[in-house]
Design a protein around this ligand. Structure first.
Ligand code: P6P
Length: 373
């Protein structure tokens, strides 16, 4: 089994003539594809466990993964194919639309339209819900809500970004063409949720609500997502908090107390916590999911209802984090139980390790105050 680091033998000779001196333990581990399960194999395996499954949902997940691979390809050469920067337009959110936003949106719409399993898309990049007209009588059964590329303003400076998706079924006995009303279901009705993080490696992480969250890492040499993080569970406690401190003055007193509580050294040496805030929700969420932590985007003066969108950011990530053992609220209410009124509505968001979200809630709801230091 090859263990070479890939360097030529000359490179490995050191000055004292000993081969590879000083590089002990740095050998590149070989990867035997036989050790890994592809996303396709995994989906088909899980489909077998679903009685009366038609395969439509499996095909929908495959369509999403194909679009993710295309976005990944464009992302990895963004600096070379002139997709940096903005399109000069402003999206429905009033935010400057990055070229990659538009590209990612297009790739997911094309893949879902081609696949035929999706009848309606709600996207951050499009003001109205997008019905995917298929031939009469062969309407897709699924609705996909999408943030095609969250944090895209980071692309030009090579910071990782992500795609977030949420899947619902078209409501039973829906009459006529699907409209946005068909999409406005509480998060508890999601049949699947996931994200793709385009980071040091590209990972697709998803759940179908069966108590499992599974992560797949893209091997670009074969174009396959491989099961690398089976059955992810997030630590109940963590020491990382992710929040933009620049808005401190516009926080409520309870949140100010909570953050100061995390910052104040204590006798047990548990505090201060660490702050990590990338400015890319998917990246902050992914790190906190694996290591434990809390991401907070509260109501602020500029974003009185919070900045994150309920339908295609907060709800899917709330489903994922709960399935991994964590929690997600708006500071008061469980995210998944919020009743949506608009496709692009925003919500304050406290999401991550269960005990951290609960502790934050006690401060924000005024049940707890910061003891005098
Ligand atoms: P701020 C990106 O625009 C985003 O929606 C999230 O990915 C990120 O966490 C947040 O906004 C950053 O917002 O106001 O801190 O710059």
């Amino acid at each position: 089994m090859a263990t070479s680091t890939g360097a030529s033998s000359d490179d490995e000779m050191s000055t004292d003539g000993q081969p590879s001196a000083g590089t002990e333990g740095a050998e590149r581990p070989a990867m035997d594809l036989g050790d890994f399960k592809t996303l396709e194999q995994f989906i088909i395996e899980r489909q077998k466990g679903v009685p009366h499954s038609t395969g439509a949902f499996s095909r929908l997940l495959r369509d999403i993964s194909v679009a993710a691979k295309i976005v990944n390809r464009d992302m990895r050469t963004a600096g070379l194919i002139d997709v940096h920067g903005s399109t000069g337009e402003v999206n429905v959110q009033g935010e400057v639309r990055q070229k990659m936003d538009a590209l990612a949106h297009r790739e997911f719409v094309l893949a879902l339209r081609r696949g035929g399993e999706c009848c309606l898309i709600g996207s951050e990049e499009h003001a109205e819900a997008i019905p995917l007209a298929t031939t009469e009588g062969e309407e897709g059964d699924y609705i996909v809500l999408l943030d095609p590329l969250d944090g895209s303003s980071n692309i030009d400076v090579n910071v990782s970004v992500g795609t977030i998706f949420s899947v619902y079924r078209l409501p039973e006995r829906w009459e006529g063409k699907p409209t946005v009303k068909a999409a406005l279901q509480p998060g508890t009705r999601q049949v699947a949720a996931g994200y793709v993080v385009y980071g040091s490696s590209t990972m697709l992480v998803y759940t179908t609500g069966t108590g499992e969250v599974n992560g797949f890492t893209l091997d670009p040499s074969i174009g396959e997502f491989l099961l690398s993080h089976p059955d992810i569970s997030t630590p109940d406690e963590g020491k990382i908090y992710s929040i933009n401190q620049a808005y401190y003055e516009s926080w409520g007193d309870g949140l100010k107390d909570y953050v100061r509580w995390m910052q104040q050294p204590d006798e047990e040496g548990k505090h201060p916590f660490k702050t990590r805030y990338i400015g890319s929700f998917v990246s902050d969420f992914h790190r906190n999911l694996l290591k434990g932590g809390i991401y907070i985007y509260p109501a602020t003066r500029n974003s009185p209802s919070g900045k994150l969108r309920l339908m295609y950011e907060a709800n899917p990530m709330a489903m994922l984090v709960e399935q991994a053992g964590g929690a997600a609220t708006d500071g008061h209410t469980r995210i998944l139980e919020k009743s949506p009124e608009k496709l692009h509505q925003r919500t304050p968001l406290f999401i991550g390790s269960k005990e951290m979200v609960e502790t934050a809630g006690t401060f924000v709801q005024g049940e707890r105050e910061l003891e005098a230091a």
